[in-house]
Design a protein around this ligand. Structure first.
Ligand SMILES: Cc1cc2nc3c(=O)[nH]c(=O)nc-3n(C[C@H](O)[C@H](O)[C@H](O)COP(=O)(O)OP(=O)(O)OC[C@H]3O[C@@H](n4cnc5c(N)ncnc54)[C@H](O)[C@@H]3O)c2cc1C
Length: 339
């Protein structure tokens, strides 16, 4: 979730190192070459965020920014807020497009410094144009801090949707295992809201393994309650397992979960299970190996967590090789996606 890729084009970088003075003609030549190279790059490799304008009367789109209003901003654990953004009715996408396709995000622009970052509306956008987003603030982070300072009634500019990853019902996975850390649960909650809880792909079984540093940093209670309740009521469809690094503090979430990190054993236990349908096995309480080839693993969270579970991203934020716990379990690149 904290990958620099999408952001890198939009982040400001300051250099504090001074360069030795060069002679004037080589500087001029360098300047001409640089301008030429930059112009070619601009023409041949356009990026949709570049120069995106703001429109107050066109419907929400990824090609330009649309102003919307902060209609709610509630603290939710240390350094996190649940923020609701509301789009004017006339700028809402048409009803058939409104849910878009899970999993998608929007860019939010920090107007003070003209930097944009992607965020995931937990439940998509509703018919009133509302989008709820769980946003974490980092001590030296730019956009998160700026968003936390916004008050109800303030305007922020967004563009989207941007497809983070596309759920395809035809893929017919037997099992989908989602592994998240911190705000990395947001895309999986969107998938839950739009796909899992709606009964889409009814034959697929979903497991969500989520970790937070402490109970007080767990996702907002309304998210935790929804997921926990659905898991209790639909045990054959959905499992929800919570991990905390330490249980030294207690937040509003009474469901603290297991203490420890999501590791190979934790993931393995989701794909190995007692097959209760096979009556001749149960007296021996044996675990039978689930066919891992028909299991999809989706991973979203801080980079060190992604690396430990699925291997690091590749160059230019490509998927890279499958590594970590999932490689040890025998998962291949077609079964693993790092969001
Ligand atoms: C598809 C997608 C969806 C996302 N959805 C969400 C979501 O729903 N909710 C959410 O909270 N986040 C989400 N994110 C992450 C989000 O886009 C931002 O990356 C995050 O909010 C941090 O941005 P920032 O501008 O606040 O911090 P940045 O300025 O990008 O800083 C990020 C990190 O670098 C550190 N840092 C910054 N400056 C310095 C410095 N000078 N020295 C040392 N360290 C520094 C910060 O402390 C922080 O740890 C998503 C990311 C992606 C790719």
């Amino acid at each position: 979730m904290l990958r620099p890729t999408i952001r890198s084009l939009n982040r400001r970088h300051y250099s504090t190192t001074s360069q030795p003075r060069k002679n004037l003609s080589s500087l001029a030549a360098g300047f001409v070459l640089s301008v030429g190279a930059l112009t070619s790059f601009y023409i041949f490799f356009p990026h949709e965020s570049r120069g995106a304008l703001t429109s107050r009367d066109k419907k929400l789109s990824s090609s330009y920014f649309t102003p919307c209003t902060v209609t709610q901003s509630e603290p939710c654990g240390p350094n996190a807020r649940l923020i609701t953004l509301s789009l004017p009715q006339k700028l809402l996408p048409d009803p058939e497009e409104r849910q878009f396709s899970a999993i998608w995000s929007i860019f939010i622009k920090d107007d003070d410094i003209q930097v944009e970052r992607p965020y995931t509306p937990l439940e998509g956008v509703d018919s009133n144009g509302q989008m709820k987003i769980w946003i974490k603030k980092y001590t030296h982070g730019e956009v998160g801090r700026w968003l936390h300072s916004k008050k109800v009634g303030d305007e922020v500019e967004i563009r989207g949707p941007l497809q983070t990853w596309l759920w395809k019902s035809d893929d017919a996975w037997d099992e989908v295992v989602m592994i998240s850390g911190g705000t990395g649960i947001a895309p999986f909650y969107q998938l839950y809201h739009q796909i899992i809880s709606k009964g889409v792909s009814a034959k697929t079984r979903f497991t969500l393994l989520h970790s937070s540093r402490s109970p007080s940093e767990l996702p907002p209670p309304e998210i935790m309650q929804q997921l926990s309740l659905y898991a209790v009521e639909n045990p054959e469809r959905f499992r929800f397992l919570i991990y905390v690094d330490s249980d030294s503090d207690h937040g509003p979430n009474s469901n603290v979960g297991r203490v420890g990190r999501i590791d190979k054993d934790a993931v393995a236990s989701t794909v190995m299970r007692t097959n209760t349908n096979q009556w001749w096995i149960w007296p021996f309480k044996r675990s039978v190996e689930f066919d891992i080839r028909r299991t999809l693993f989706l991973v979203c969270g801080p980079e060190p967590m992604i690396a430990a579970i699925a291997g690091p991203y590749g160059r230019n934020l490509s998927q890279g090789l499958v590594g970590g716990a999932l490689a040890e379990l025998g998962a291949t690149s077609s079964q693993v996606y790092k969001l």
